[in-house]
Design a protein. Structure first.
Length: 550
C-alpha cells in the first residue's frame, strides 16, 4: 500500500501497480465472470446471493413452517386442493392394486430348478391375487391398523402425504390377537403415520447420525427412525407428544417395519422436499389474495346500481347560507314530493323526479378486464410445477381442441405414471411384500419341491406390476382403433392395452368367454366382437381352428 499526493491510500498489486476500483471489481470473485450467472455486480443479480446448503440443511430446519403453509393452502384454496385431487385420481384412483409377477427366471437360476417357469409364475400370481383381495378389501378393514380403510384407500392417503408433506410414512405392525373365526385372517396390518411425527428427539438439530428423525449409518443408509408417540398438536396426549421411540427400519431377516418414501432431489437427502407446492407457494398465495380482492370489489360494485343526484345537499347549504326560509321550503317540498308520488305502471314504479334531480348509474369497473388472462398465466405456472396440464389444473377445456388436449394429457400422463411407479416401488411394494411373507406361510401356494423360503428370495417372490386408474380416451373410436392396429402390428399387447385402462387382460378374456357362452345359451346370434370375423371360428365349439391352406 502507498499514498497519493493527497495522502489518500492506494492499494498496489503484486507488480506494484495501483488497483483501481474497476480493476478491484474485476479481480473480485464473480467480477467479469465468464458466466452471466456468476456475475456479482449486475443490477439483476447483485442482491441475489443464495447460500450453498447441504441436502438436509436446506430443508429440515424449515420443513415444519413450509408444510404448515402448504397444508393451509390445500385446505383453503380450490386450485391447490383440485390439483392434489387430480393427481391422486390419475395416479392411484380407487382400484390401485398389484398384479403379482414372480421373477421365475431369477428363481430358476438361483435354485437350478426348471420347475420355476412361466406357467408356475402365472399360477402363483393368480393364487396370490386371490389371497390379496381377501386381505386388502376385507369389509372389516383388518389390513388397516386403525380399521378404517381398504388397501387402495391407505395407499391414496400415503400418496397424499407425499404430495403435500413430501413424505409417505407407514409402520408395518403385527397383530396376532386379531386373528380368529369371523375376524382377521392375517396378523399383518398397516399403520399410516403422519410425517410430522418423524423428527429428532426434543427437536434437536441434525447430527452426523440423525437427520430429520432418520437415523443413518456411515454410508447414509437409514437403519432406524425417531417417531413421536403422539402428534405435537395432540393436547390430550401431552406426555406422549414429547416422547420419541426409536423404531428399526426392518427386522433381522429383512421384513420392513418402517416404510418411508419421498422424492430425492439431491444425493444424501433423507427427508422429502416438503411437497409439490413448495416452489410455487408464494405465487399461489398471491393469486388467492387477488381472487379474494377482485371478488370483494365486484360485490361492492354490485351493491350500488344507481343513485339520485340532487342540486343541493341539506347540511352543506345550511352551513353555507344559514337558516334560509326559501331553502327549507325547497327541501320540504322535495321530501313531500317523493313521499306522495306512487305512480305505477302495472307492478313497476315509474320514476318521477323533482325539478333539479337526475338519476345516475354506477359503472362497474371490477373485476379487472385483464384479470382472467392474468389468472391463466398464473395457472400455467402452477400446472408446470405440479406436472399437470393447464386444462387439468384449471378444469377449463373451453379453448382446447382434440390435438392440443391429447398432447397435453400425454405429457401429463408421463409424469403421473412416473409418480405412480416411484410410489409403487418405494412404498406399496414393501407393504405388500410384508403381507405376502405371511400369506405364503399360512396359505396354500403351488410351490415346487425344494423351493427356497420367502425371506431368502423376497424380491423374486414379491415382484409385481402395479395397476392404477384408466388413462381414458378423448376420441374413443380413433384411439381404440389405434390400439387394435398396435396389437396387430406387434407393437403392443392386450395386457398392455388393458392395463392402460385399469383392466386385467385375463379377467377381460374370461368375462368375454362367459358372455359368448351366454349368447349361445339364449340362442342370440354371437356379435362380431366375439370373434365371428375370425377365419375358422365356430361358435358352437368355442374354438378357433387354423384356416385350410390354399
Amino acid at each position: 500500500m502507498t499514498a497519493r499526493s493527497d495522502n489518500a491510500p492506494v492499494i498496489l498489486d503484486a507488480r506494484g501497480e495501483p488497483i483501481t476500483p474497476n480493476r478491484a471489481r474485476a479481480l473480485a470473485p464473480g467480477g467479469n465472470a465468464p458466466y452471466d450467472a456468476a456475475d456479482n455486480y449486475g443490477a439483476h443479480v447483485a442482491a441475489w446471493q443464495p447460500y450453498l446448503y447441504s441436502p438436509d440443511g436446506e430443508l429440515n430446519m424449515y420443513r415444519d413452517r413450509i408444510v404448515a403453509r402448504v397444508r393451509d393452502l390445500v385446505r383453503n384454496d380450490g386450485w391447490a386442493s383440485g390439483a392434489v385431487t387430480r393427481i391422486l385420481d390419475n395416479a392411484i384412483g380407487g382400484h390401485y392394486r398389484p398384479l403379482f409377477r414372480p421373477d421365475y427366471r431369477a428363481l430358476a437360476a438361483y435354485t437350478g430348478k426348471s420347475t420355476f417357469d412361466a406357467q408356475w409364475a402365472h399360477e402363483f400370481g393368480r393364487v396370490a391375487e386371490a389371497h390379496y383381495r381377501s386381505w386388502a378389501f376385507d369389509p372389516n378393514h383388518y389390513c388397516d391398523a386403525q380399521r378404517n380403510l381398504t388397501f387402495p384407500q391407505m395407499m391414496r392417503l400415503a400418496f397424499r402425504h407425499k404430495l403435500v408433506d413430501g413424505d409417505g410414512l407407514a409402520q408395518m405392525v403385527w397383530l396376532p390377537d386379531r386373528i380368529g373365526l369371523g375376524r382377521a385372517r392375517y396378523a399383518t396390518a398397516v399403520q399410516i403415520l403422519d410425517p410430522d411425527r418423524l423428527s429428532n428427539p426434543q427437536l434437536r438439530f441434525d447430527s452426523a447420525d440423525s437427520r430429520g428423525g432418520v437415523q443413518i449409518d456411515r454410508y447414509g443408509a437409514a437403519h432406524a427412525y425417531w417417531i413421536r408417540k403422539a402428534h405435537q398438536g395432540d393436547w390430550w396426549a401431552a406426555a406422549d407428544s414429547v416422547t420419541w421411540e426409536s423404531i428399526p427400519r426392518e427386522t433381522d431377516w429383512g421384513r420392513p417395519i418402517i416404510v418411508h418414501d419421498f422424492d430425492h432431489d439431491r444425493a444424501g437427502q433423507h427427508r422429502g422436499g416438503a411437497g409439490i407446492f413448495t416452489p410455487i407457494l408464494q405465487r399461489m398465495r398471491m393469486l388467492a389474495k387477488m381472487d379474494s380482492t377482485e371478488l370483494d370489489a365486484a360485490v361492492i360494485n354490485s351493491m350500488f346500481g344507481a343513485y339520485l343526484e340532487s342540486p343541493f345537499d341539506p347540511q352543506l347549504v345550511e352551513q353555507a347560507i344559514g337558516d334560509s326560509v326559501e331553502m327549507s321550503a325547497y327541501q320540504t317540498a322535495r321530501s313531500d314530493f317523493h313521499a306522495d308520488r306512487r305512480t305505477m305502471l302495472g307492478d313497476v314504479k315509474v320514476p318521477i323526479l323533482f325539478p333539479g334531480e337526475k338519476i345516475n348509474t354506477v359503472k362497474a369497473e371490477r373485476p379487472n378486464s385483464n384479470f382472467a388472462q392474468f389468472e391463466k398465466v398464473f395457472l400455467r405456472n402452477f400446472s408446470a410445477a405440479t406436472g399437470l396440464s393447464s386444462q387439468q389444473f384449471s378444469q377449463d377445456w373451453s379453448d382446447t381442441n382434440y390435438s392440443s388436449a391429447r398432447g397435453a394429457l400425454l405429457e401429463a400422463f408421463k409424469t403421473l405414471k412416473r409418480r405412480q411407479a416411484d410410489f409403487s416401488t418405494g412404498f406399496a411394494q414393501p407393504v405388500v411384500g410384508c403381507w405376502l411373507e405371511e400369506s405364503m406361510d399360512v396359505d396354500d401356494y403351488p410351490m415346487p419341491a425344494g423351493a427356497p423360503p420367502f425371506a431368502e428370495c423376497r424380491a423374486m417372490y414379491s415382484r409385481a406390476e402395479w395397476m392404477g386408474p384408466a388413462r381414458g380416451w378423448i376420441d374413443p373410436v380413433a384411439e381404440k382403433q389405434g390400439s387394435v392396429l398396435g396389437m396387430d402390428a406387434g407393437l403392443s399387447t392386450l395386457q398392455l392395452e388393458c392395463m392402460e385402462q385399469g383392466l386385467d387382460y385375463e379377467e377381460v378374456l374370461e368375462q368375454r368367454a362367459r358372455e359368448i357362452e351366454k349368447f349361445e345359451e339364449l340362442g342370440i346370434p354371437v356379435p362380431t366382437w366375439a370373434g365371428m370375423q375370425v377365419p375358422g371360428y365356430t361358435p358352437a365349439s368355442q374354438t378357433i381352428s387354423k384356416p385350410e391352406p390354399t
